[in-house]
Design a protein around this ligand. Structure first.
Ligand code: NZQ
Ligand code: ZN
Length: 389
C-alpha cells in the first residue's frame, strides 16, 4: 500500500425529503447565490420548485443561469463568471448532474482570476481563490458532487479537459434518490457505467497489498451489478435507487483509491469521444473500458482474474488463467449490453475513423505515457480505438 492523505470535506445530506434542508444549508454560506442548472429536467420534474421554495423560505436571493449542456461548455462558464462578478455573488448552487456541477466549479474557480479560466484546464495557472459551491444531485454518475475535479469542453477545437483542486469540492451535497426516479433508462445506464468505471480505474493498479480497498471496490461493483437491472425494471424502486446513488459518491470521493495508483487511461481516451461526438460519457466508457482491458490484461493476469472471479463469479481456470480473464471481460461487456449500453464504437454511433486525430489530442493533453497500469503511447491508443470498433 502506498502512503496517502485522505480528506473529503463535502457534507452529504442523503435521503427522502433531504432537499427541504437546502435553504438553511445555503444560508449558512450566503444570502445571494447563483442558481445553476441544465436543460430543463429540473423544471419538468418538480425539483426546481422544491429548490426555489426552500431558498425563498430561508430568505436566500438567487440569480439563475440555466442551459448547461451535457459535456458542459466553456462559453456558458464564462457567462457565469461574468454574472457572479457583476452581481457580486460568492456562492453557486448546482442543481443537476456532473455537467452542471462541473460548470459551477469552473465558474467558482474563474471569478477571481484575471486571466482566461481555460488556463486552469491547460495547466497554465492554479486558482488562488474559489467560490463555495453547494449541490442538489439529480443523477448518480460523475461523482462530481464530492470530487475535486471539473471537466469542461472548449468549443473552439472541441477540447474536453479537466483540472482539480481540493477547494473545488462542494461544501454540501443533497442526495435524494427520489429525484432520480425520472431518469430515462439510457441516462440511468450511462451513469451506472461511469460509476463502475470510476471503481475500475482504481481497481486496476500495479500496487500490491491493497486488500481492503480491493474488497471495497468489489463490493461497490457488485452493488451496481445487482441494483441497476432493478431500477431499469422499476424506475421508482427507492432502495435500489438509493444504493446506486450512494455507490456513485463512494466510487469517486477518493476513498476507494487510497493507497493505490489509479489508471485513468480509459477516461482520457473516452473524453476524446465525448468531445468530438458529444456522446454521453458513460456510454463512451462502456465501449472504451472493455477494449482497454483486452489490450492491457497481460500486464497482470492475476489482477484481471481476481476481477473476473470475485466480481463476476467466473470459475478460476487453473490450467489457463487467461481464459478466466477473457470470460470476465466478456461478462462485463454482456452486463453493459444487458442494461442497454453500446459496447462498440459502431453501436455508439461513431462510424468514421478519426482515431489518429483523437490519439494525437490525447497525448497532447495528457502527455506521452497515458495511464499507469500500462503506459500507453499514441499507437497504443489507436489500437484501443481499433479494438473498440
Ligand atoms: O440538462 P437536463 O435537462 O437537466 O437533463 C440532464 C442531461 O440531459 C439529464 N438529467 C439529469 N438528472 C435528471 C435528468 N433527466 C431526468 N431526470 C433527472 N433526475 O441527464 C442528462 C445528463 O446529465 P449530465 O449532468 O451530463 O450527466 P452526468 O452526471 O453523467 O455528467 C457527465 C459529465 O461529467 C463529467 C463527464 O465527462 C461529463 O461531462 N465527469 C465529471 C467528473 C468529475 N467532475 O469528477 C468525473 C467523471 O469521470 C466525468 O468525466
Ligand atoms: Zn467518469
Amino acid at each position: 500500500m502506498k502512503n496517502f492523505n485522505f480528506s473529503n470535506k463535502t457534507e452529504i445530506i442523503f435521503g427522502r425529503g433531504s432537499e427541504r434542508k437546502l435553504g438553511k444549508k445555503t444560508k449558512a454560506f450566503s444570502n445571494k447565490i447563483l442558481l445553476h442548472y441544465g436543460g430543463g429536467s429540473i423544471k419538468k420534474y418538480g425539483v426546481y420548485d422544491k429548490v426555489v421554495d426552500s431558498l425563498k423560505e430561508s430568505g436566500v436571493e438567487f440569480i439563475e443561469l440555466g442551459g448547461v449542456k451535457p459535456n458542459p461548455r466553456l462559453s456558458l462558464v464564462k457567462e457565469g463568471i461574468d454574472i457572479c462578478r457583476k452581481k457580486d455573488i460568492n456562492f453557486i448552487l448546482a442543481v443537476g448532474g456532473g455537467s452542471v456541477i462541473d460548470s459551477a466549479k469552473a465558474i467558482a474557480a474563474g471569478v477571481s482570476y484575471d486571466g482566461d479560466v481555460w488556463d486552469f484546464f491547460d495547466g497554465k495557472a492554479r486558482p488562488k481563490e474559489v467560490l463555495n459551491i453547494g449541490v442538489v444531485l439529480t443523477i448518480p454518475a460523475a461523482g462530481s458532487e464530492t470530487s475535486a475535479g471539473t471537466v469542461v469542453t472548449k468549443e473552439e477545437g472541441w477540447y474536453k479537459q479537466s483540472f482539480g483542486t481540493d477547494e473545488l469540492r462542494p461544501k454540501f451535497a443533497i442526495l435524494n434518490p427520489e429525484t432520480t426516479f425520472t431518469l430515462p433508462p439510457y441516462q440511468t445506464a450511462a451513469g451506472a457505467v461511469d460509476i463502475i468505471a470510476h471503481v475500475m480505474e482504481r481497481y486496476f493498479t500495479k500496487v500490491s497489498n491493497v486488500d481492503l480497498t480491493d474488497r471495497l471496490c468489489e463490493a461497490t461493483l457488485k452493488t451496481m451489478i445487482k441494483n441497476v437491472p432493478i431500477v431499469l425494471e422499476n424506475s421508482e424502486d427507492y432502495d435500489a435507487r438509493a444504493e446506486i446513488m450512494w455507490a456513485g459518491t463512494i466510487a469517486h470521493n477518493g476513498l476507494l483509491g487510497t493507497g493505490r495508483i489509479g489508471d485513468w487511461a480509459s477516461h482520457n481516451i473516452e473524453h476524446e469521444l465525448s468531445a468530438i461526438y458529444d456522446v454521453a460519457h458513460g456510454a463512451g466508457l462502456a465501449v472504451i473500458f472493455p477494449a482497454w482491458m483486452q489490450y492491457v490484461y497481460k500486464q497482470d493476469i492475476n489482477r484481471f482474474a481476481q476481477f473476473a472471479t470475485r466480481v463476476f463469479g467466473v470459475e478460476y481456470d487453473f490450467n489457463d488463467p487467461e481464459r478466466t480473464v477473457i470470460e470476465g471481460i466478456r461478462r462485463l461487456k454482456s452486463f453493459f449490453k444487458s442494461i442497454g449500453m453500446p459496447v462498440t464504437l459502431e453501436e455508439l454511433g461513431v462510424e468514421d475513423n478519426r482515431f489518429e486525430e483523437m490519439a494525437t489530442k490525447c497525448i497532447e493533453i495528457y502527455g506521452d505515457g497515458l495511464g499507469s497500469f500500462m503506459k500507453l503511447d499514441k499507437e497504443d491508443i489507436i489500437k484501443i480505438y481499433e479494438l473498440a470498433k
